[in-house]
Design a protein around this ligand. Sequence first.
Ligand code: PHE
Length: 322
Amino acid sequence: MEDKLQQIQKSYQNKIASSKTLKELDEIFIALFGKNGEIDQQSSQFSTLPKDELKIVGPFFNQVKQKLEKAIDNRRQAIREETYNDLENETFDINEGEIKKRTGHIHPLTATDHNNFEVLNIPENHPARDLWDTLYINSELKTPNSKLLLRTHTSNSQIRALKNNKPPIRLMNIGRCFRYEQVDSRHEHTFEQFEIIYVDKGVSMANLQFLSEYFLKNIFGEDIKARLKPKYYPFVEPGVGVDGLCIFCKGAGCKVCGGIGWLELAGAGMIHPNVLKNGGIDPSIYSGIAWGFGPARMAMIKYGIEDIRLFNSGDLKFAEKF
Ligand code: PHE
């Protein structure tokens, strides 16, 4: 029996040493220590052995068993380390295969340079781009012929609205915008805007004046007045700022309106012929109005909120007031 044990030890030590995977090692373990395994088969013969022999074979059996167990443990540890090393040294091209197929797409909150500026009559390197303190994103994600940025306004929706619809067009679109802004009580880096677009035959500045006031009256009440003042936006011509009469001081000037008596609530204007063209609409037949409103500014007036930063502050005391 000692010979047999020695033979088992030798052959299994070789098998253990040459095993390459944990699975192989598990199989060896079962062949040795499992039910009816080599070890089991030997120990089941103990009862047939004379006492004297058992005294010698017993300890030897235990030695062989322990040696094999230890050999398996050591090899298991070694295989683990080898696998980790392989993983560390392994290089692969993440642009290959499955991963490439699953490349994501641009989140709707991020716009491209193209729609935000280019087709809104603001070409690259045009100084008008400086009107928007833009947050560009340094990204490997390349977008077709344009840079990646967080949209500075909802006016990028103008081009989609024009391309995807036939006049008459009347639509509104709301969304989050981002600017590299000097934050103060009336300016935030992250804010909402909504864009209203109206395109039809014969739309004019008179419509712009009337509709601005009509819209504001429905939100702030009959007492409000709208006034247009000239303002430059490259995608409208003429361009205006839409001011609302301050509902707190009725034009006398107070803290909320900064002593002016009026508050600027929107940028607006007649959609520039180049933008209509870029959207596939013939400017010799159609004209249109675009407004860009800031709902936070409007809420400030409606609820008498003195600091725009409160909206994104996460302050429950503020939020629970509404
Ligand atoms: N997009 C402009 C801004 O954010 C506002 C605007 C919208 C002006 C539509 C004109 C027409 O400043």
